[in-house]
Design a protein around this ligand. Sequence first.
Ligand code: AMP
Ligand code: MG
Length: 344
Amino acid sequence: MVIVIGIESTAHTFGIGVATDDGKILANVNETYTPPPGAGMHPREVAEHHVKVAGKVLRRALSEAEISIHDVDAVAFSQGPGLGPVLRVGATIARALAVRYGKPLVPVHHGVAHIEIAKLVTGLKDPLIVLISGGHTMVLAYSEGRYRVFGETLDISIGNCLDVFARELGLPMPGVPKVEELAGRGRRFVELPYTVVGQDLSYSGLLTRALQLLDKLRKGELKDLTIEDLCLSLVETAYYMLAEVTERALAATGKRELLITGGVARSRRLREIFQIIAEDFNTKLGIVSNEYAGDNGAMIAYTGALAYKYGITVPVEESVTRQRWRIDDVPVPWVEDLIRRKDI
Ligand code: AMP
Ligand code: MG
């Protein structure tokens, strides 16, 4: 058994977790930067936030895990993908710990970590995966050493699409649940751009159109449409695009399990939709718990522990961050064994 400390620092959340390769989460401490309502996330400001909270988060994580830094076998960090200045904060701290305490450094792909933590908490082994986080909108499945992509957004993520719309409405972050709440009071559905190309999705046209209609609505040019109607139309269009691609991927891969992970997995409406899909396909549905849905340190620690157990480390001098690291470029040699293992 190995114990690994993991640092998450790709976007809004700075988190540190401690976990073992057999799936014990010993600590999960996270601090999330929230921009003022109506404002976007500026990478430099997020990076400053992470620098400020890092010491406190590290101390809390070690005390929660009831260990000293000397007790860990390795230091893992989210190497990418993410915002450059933000990634560098986590990487720098991880390198410093590795060098100071003589520990191996383990690079972790943020998207793979969302998947591994969700498999751990749901008990699913070989699912079709819907990864819907702030940065990802992807349908994946494991095959021959990698998570393979069976459909993804060609531009912005589903979470980003709804977050930007929420911001334009002056709603606080996280935007998705706020837009869903308004959508729940919508009465009328208007047709918006529904862009599915093969197995891929595009959300930028949908967002642009929704913003145009919002503008018209505010100018009083659309008499019979409310903001709630617009939210309803946006949410349902965005979610059904994802549902269509998910259903086709289930049919094509023949997977008997469906796993939903990432921050947007907390969505009440999406949960209903995936429930229906799972019933239609006679598929076991697993949704990551709220605690591990958003970015968190524990998922980096746990995935780092799996990777370290399979010999994956990186020399400090080669540990540059990877802003655009593709998930299907990442070797995941532990997955085959987890699929076969019966005891979890
Ligand atoms: P992540 O990058 O994985 O932390 O996910 C961030 C995304 O999750 C953002 O788009 C948020 O708006 C979204 N999110 C956060 N909380 C919820 C929620 N309760 N329901 C739906 N989406 C959420
Ligand atoms: Mg994420």
